[in-house]
Design a protein around this ligand. Structure first.
Ligand SMILES: NC(=O)c1ccc[n+]([C@@H]2O[C@H](COP(=O)([O-])OP(=O)(O)OC[C@H]3O[C@@H](n4cnc5c(N)ncnc54)[C@H](OP(=O)(O)O)[C@@H]3O)[C@@H](O)[C@H]2O)c1
Length: 272
């Protein structure tokens, strides 16, 4: 299927590694010229070179911390001057998990960590969207995809879950406001997703549980192993890339304000 993305231009925030990098790769394979944004310049440049070499697309690395409105505004302006126009924004600029001090009981929360978590993931996405929307409106054809996370639907992580839920509200609100400008806005909930971080995550969990990393990955469904989904395997970041490319495509006009879990069927809850 031709996704109709050839010649479109986009920004992938968090495009230097992990899910954002996989998304940037997929969009570039579909013919999108890109700016990728993150804080670490060295990794950004390496990723931009890698994607460009494989796909032949222009990929501009732009250093930006999404906790700063001034840096976000400057990043979007720099992207515009390189790309010429803008059709796509993907928000994936945040580390997984949420604040380590907010995963237990309410009395363990450190307010500053909690606020920083929201500052990066929720306000970061908001700052990026706010800077991009006038350009998407000008183009008259726009896509915003917010990478959230499945723990929005699972009680327990007071910052990681709550910040993910906030992105759902943000998605629905923007979709209502921007649809008539030719802009769709959607949200993806990855579950545990294989990225460059996965070997370290498995190793750390293995050490805590007195197991090997292989045993953790293959482990008991009831203990929340990474394979505890309907497919019986961990979803790969490339698969989030495929879904994102479809949502960004010319074939996905009917989908806006939606949240799609791409977790291999990890939740037993029924949504209707
Ligand atoms: N991987 C999973 O299993 C999983 C599951 C559910 C949800 N998610 C969600 O998916 C998103 C991406 O996760 P990931 O696994 O791809 O993480 P990752 O591998 O750590 O990549 C995060 C990306 O965001 C950038 N970033 C982080 N903080 C930033 C900031 N303040 N300003 C600008 N860029 C920033 C990072 O680059 P720099 O560090 O250089 O800035 C990197 O490019 C997160 O929101 C995460 O919660 C992931």
């Amino acid at each position: 299927m031709d996704l109709g993305l050839q010649g479109r231009r986009g920004i992938v925030v968090g495009g230097s590694r992990g899910i954002g990098k996989a998304i940037a790769f997929e969009l570039a394979r579909e013919g999108v010229d890109l700016a990728i944004a993150a804080r670490n310049a060295e990794r950004l440049h390496a990723t931009a070179t890698e994607i460009s070499a494989e796909t032949g697309r222009n990929v501009y690395p732009l250093v930006c911390d999404v906790t700063s409105r001034a840096e976000v505004d400057a990043m979007v302006e720099a992207a515009l001057s390189s790309l010429g126009s803008l059709n796509i924004l993907v928000n994936s600029g945040s580390a997984p998990g949420g604040s380590p001090t907010a995963t237990g009981y309410i009395d363990t929360i450190v307010d500053e960590d909690f606020l920083q978590d929201f500052n990066i993931k929720y306000l970061g996405a908001l700052r990026c969207a706010r800077a991009c929307i006038p350009h998407l409106q000008q183009a008259g054809w726009g896509r915003i995809v917010n990478i959230s996370g499945l723990n929005a639907r699972i009680a327990g992580n007071l910052s990681g879950g709550a910040r993910n839920t906030s992105l759902v509200h943000f998605t629905k609100t923007l979709a209502s406001q921007l649809g008539r400008d030719g802009i769709t806005v959607n949200c993806i909930h990855p579950g545990i997703t294989r990225t460059e971080r996965t070997p370290g995550m498995l190793q750390a969990r293995a050490e805590r549980q007195g197991l090997t990393p292989e045993e953790v990955e293959d482990g008991d469904y009831a203990k929340g192993s990474p394979r505890a989904n309907a497919l019986g395997r961990m979803v790969d970041a490339t698969e989030i890339g495929h879904l994102t490319a479809f949502l960004c495509s010319d074939k996905a006009w009917a989908i806006t304000g939606e949240v799609i879990a791409a977790d291999g069927g990890g939740s037993s809850s029924v949504y209707y």
